[in-house]
Write a protein that binds this ligand. Structure first.
Ligand SMILES: Nc1nc2c(ncn2[C@@H]2O[C@H](COP(=O)(O)OP(=O)(O)OP(=O)(O)O)[C@@H](O)[C@H]2O)c(=O)[nH]1
Length: 408
């Protein structure tokens, strides 16, 4: 993982995926063109917020990211978002355009499952009242495990025979089945290690295969559950119910429609609003701000959003969705710089121009591969030379200068 992180957005129809993607891709942080090789039609660039190194050194005013942006020490790092619209219950059996959407998901490093927590859309996205959204959370998981499990079990007799004949190790055999879902030997080994299976592969039964697939989905597709539509009065009871059952690290409360609305008002000059914050400034509170006066209906709508969302939850939650995905993926920002003493690349160019997200535990040598595409002659950190095999530790050796080999 490096500059190619892909977050897949899934959820039943009308859960609010498009609205959330709109909010995430419309960040005012868009100050540079990110050089992804190709952007396919169902992909977009979103921005994950992290605390930038510039704030550690009092250099907030001099921070000049080449991609994304940095405002008051909050850095927006571009990442690719994948819109997996159209996934409906029964997709693994080919319902809807089922398998195509599941296929798209294979490339994702993490998923965001957008759930309509107001309970005002049924399992297929039709308007209703009193639907239990916790069912949707199980639905996605079951859909994924059924999709992978069915394929694995279909091929298992042959896989098992080949395993016995070739005397392969279980990781190798299982990896040949999971590689199509974007797995690698490290992930496959992690799945098997975590299950502590004593029985040899040739005696694995269906229940064991189910456990393996379940763990594989957990590890390969870490999922943020974005409980959307928290502005709706029916949401509270559903949130409490889900919060009792789910891992809190995976849950984010959000109101995508509020975020889109506030950003639009800010663009039109009616309010000052900083994405991810709880503050909405209007001309009534700040008469000298130059903001436009609000109509009665706009004023009421802002007050509703403040009462139902901002004051209760601290923000619309939309920015937290990608930040949480980064956390689940265990990613840390690394800052490659030319000059380790002043953090710049060129004189008069500002500081911390580049930033790349890498998995916790990635070594400095691996970061060199990502940043300069090869081995570095030496890697310098703030406290002197850093070894190729030294793991990156956030806040300690996450600012690095790579000296190129003479022959590169
Ligand atoms: N109250 C409320 N409504 C929302 C929110 N987010 C989205 N909606 C509404 O929910 C409806 C569906 O939103 P979309 O963003 O189109 O949902 P989707 O998941 O992309 O739907 P499909 O394109 O059918 O897959 C629209 O009427 C949105 O305005 C929210 O945070 N609160």
């Amino acid at each position: 993982m490096g500059r190619d992180i892909l977050i897949g957005f899934v959820g039943k129809p009308s859960s609010g995926k498009s609205t959330m993607l709109n909010a995430l891709t419309d960040a005012t942080a868009k100050t540079g063109n990110f050089t992804f090789t190709t952007i396919e039609p169902n992909r977009a660039i979103g921005y994950a917020q992290v605390n930038c190194a510039c704030s550690r050194f009092g250099l907030v005013d001099q921070c000049r990211p080449i991609y994304g942006g940095c405002k008051n020490g909050k850095r927006s790092i571009p990442i690719q978002l994948l819109d997996v619209a159209g996934l409906i219950p029964g997709a693994h059996t080919g319902k809807g355009l089922g398998n195509k959407f599941l296929d798209d998901l294979r490339h994702a490093n993490a998923l965001v499952h957008v759930v309509d927590v107001s309970g005002t859309t049924d399992a297929e996205g039709k308007a209703c009242r009193g639907y239990d959204p916790s069912v949707d959370i199980e639905w996605l998981y079951n859909e994924m495990t059924a999709w992978i499990g069915t394929n694995l079990k279909e091929k298992w007799p042959n896989t098992r025979r080949r395993h016995i004949a070739s005397k392969a190790n279980p990781v190798h055999t299982l990896q040949s089945q999971f590689s199509g879902y974007g797995s690698n030997p490290t992930i496959t080994a992690k799945v098997l290690d975590s299950l502590h299976l004593n029985a040899p592969l040739e005696s694995w039964d269906e229940a064991t295969l189910d456990r393996i697939v379940g763990r594989f989905v957990d590890i390969k597709f870490p999922t943020v559950i974005a409980l959307n539509k928290i502005d709706h009065p029916d949401s509270d009871a559903n949130i409490s119910k889900i919060a009792r059952r789910e891992d809190p690290n995976r849950l984010v409360l959000a109101s995508a429609v509020s975020e889109v609305f506030l950003r639009r008002l800010a663009k039109q000059g009616f309010v000052n609003y900083e994405e991810g914050s709880e503050f909405v400034d209007t001309i009534e509170e700040f008469p000298d701000s130059g903001l436009k006066p609000l109509s009665e209906s706009l004023r009421t709508k802002i007050t509703d959003i403040q009462d139902m969302v901002l004051f209760r939850h601290g923000s619309t939650g939309v920015c937290n969705v990608l930040a949480r995905a980064i956390e689940l993926l265990d990613l840390v920002p690394v800052y490659p710089v030319k000059n380790i003493h002043n953090f710049s690349n060129n004189p008069n160019d500002g500081v911390f121009k580049d930033c790349v997200l890498v998995k916790q535990g990635t070594t400095a040598g691996q970061v060199a591969q990502i940043v300069i595409g090869g081995e570095a002659m030496s890697i310098i950190g703030m406290n002197g030379n850093v070894g190729e095999s030294d793991p990156i530790i956030a806040g300690k050796n996450d600012i690095l200068s790579f000296k190129l080999r003479k022959d590169t």
